[in-house]
Ligand binder design. Structure first.
Ligand code: FES
Length: 111
């Protein structure tokens, strides 16, 4: 089964995390299940971009983003070539390394 290697995030996961998940599992749902409070303001229906992540390794194994994901990614803070929306990513058989950006678009949660 594939693994998600989550890089350390100062608030959400200071020590990083390694999760084993089933093929086809949602990245966002898997992180939440693993205790990582990743933003998901639209409840994972690809309508908010708050679940923005960088897939630092293993991204080639994933299905390409569809038009809906690309439209929301355009609105994400700190967009990079490795940007994905965690609720749109389904794990394949390859391990992936993920980084959660330091900021999101969800101003309601910011202090
Ligand atoms: S949770 Fe809203 S786009 Fe992923």
């Amino acid at each position: 089964m594939p693994h998600i290697h989550l890089l350390p995030h100062p608030e959400l996961c200071p020590d990083g995390l390694d999760l084993e998940v089933k093929r086809g599992a949602s990245l966002c749902a898997s992180l939440l299940k693993g205790g990582v409070a990743i933003e998901h303001a639209c409840e994972m229906v690809c309508a908010c971009s708050t679940c923005h992540v960088y897939v630092r390794e293993g991204g080639d194994s994933l299905a390409e983003p569809d038009d809906a994901e690309n439209d929301q990614l355009d609105l994400a803070w700190g967009l990079e070539a490795q940007s994905r929306l965690a609720c749109c990513v389904k794990l394949q058989n390859t391990d992936i390394t993920v980084e959660i950006p330091r900021h999101t678009r969800n101003h309601a949660r910011e202090n």
